[in-house]
Design a protein around this ligand. Sequence first.
Ligand code: C2E
Ligand code: MG
Ligand code: MG
Ligand code: MG
Length: 290
Amino acid sequence: AAKEAGKNRYVHFRPEMHAALLARTQLTAGLRQSVELGQIAVHYQPVVSAGPDEVLQFEALVRWNWQGELMAPDNFITTAERSGMIREIGAEVLRRTCLELGPWLAGDPRRSVAVNVSGVQLQRRDFAEQVMDTIKSSGLDPRQLVLEVTESVFFDAHSHVIAQLETLRAAGIRVALDDFGTGYSSLGRLQELPVDIVKIDRSFVSMVVTGAEKLPILTSMIHMAKSLGLQVTAEGIETSAQARFLMEHHCDALQGFLFSRPRPATELEHALRTSVAGIAVVAKAATDAF
Ligand code: C2E
Ligand code: MG
Ligand code: MG
Ligand code: MG
């Protein structure tokens, strides 16, 4: 920070700046060690289809086993992006996901898993190649993999970032635009982006509190994405009123605590059962309403 302030200015190094720096260094060292020791865990959250009551997709969400506690990604992803560790973490998450979900995926070509990808990973020119190598060696069908990216990836995207996404899509891998609506790009720009799926951010879903509101932004986001031929998933569904509203507005898939929290691979069966039961209740209530 002192360097960035320029030659002629003197920035006092405050104690709290030092503490923040130290914490980040420790976090990075801890992360590096954990990746080497295999202490990166992945939890999986079902994404339920709004049509037939089936679970056809999971989202893989990283967890860090640190000093006996399971740390959520919001506490370490930014630091991991700054240090570049996100590349190792991302590679590990993909490997682990292929391994842990392989048996479930192998049963049905329509089943898929979504993995989050940071823009920092896409900066590397060999990213697409690495992804292809990992899924090839695990036997996963590329059509069963979805990569979730946020709008920021496209901001100052170099042509090689777009080119890599295109290469991956040409191989059958789908790209989802995560947290849709929170970025700065206009709805119109959606048309130009190399994406197959749009995930509507939870902040829009949470506006549906009784199911009776007029929610023009939410509904036009769904409508726009659908008219471009994209699959629409709504995230952060916590109430059955929200689920019903989104089903009535033709969302293709729903994800949220209402159906299941993210769970370790050993609890997939439980997550599937509760999700299928949940969507059946919501679907019945939606039918009864007419
Ligand atoms: P995201 O990709 O948008 O993932 C959805 C987040 O919303 C998850 O938080 C999930 O647990 C949470 N969520 C799901 N349903 C509900 C709900 O009904 N209510 C509420 N309040 N929250 C819900 P999580 O697991 O803490 O992950 C946070 C973010 O960290 C993710 O947001 C994603 O941006 C990032 N992330 C997670 N795993 C990875 C990873 O492997 N690589 C990278 N680069 N980023 C990751
Ligand atoms: Mg995501
Ligand atoms: Mg999201
Ligand atoms: Mg998010």
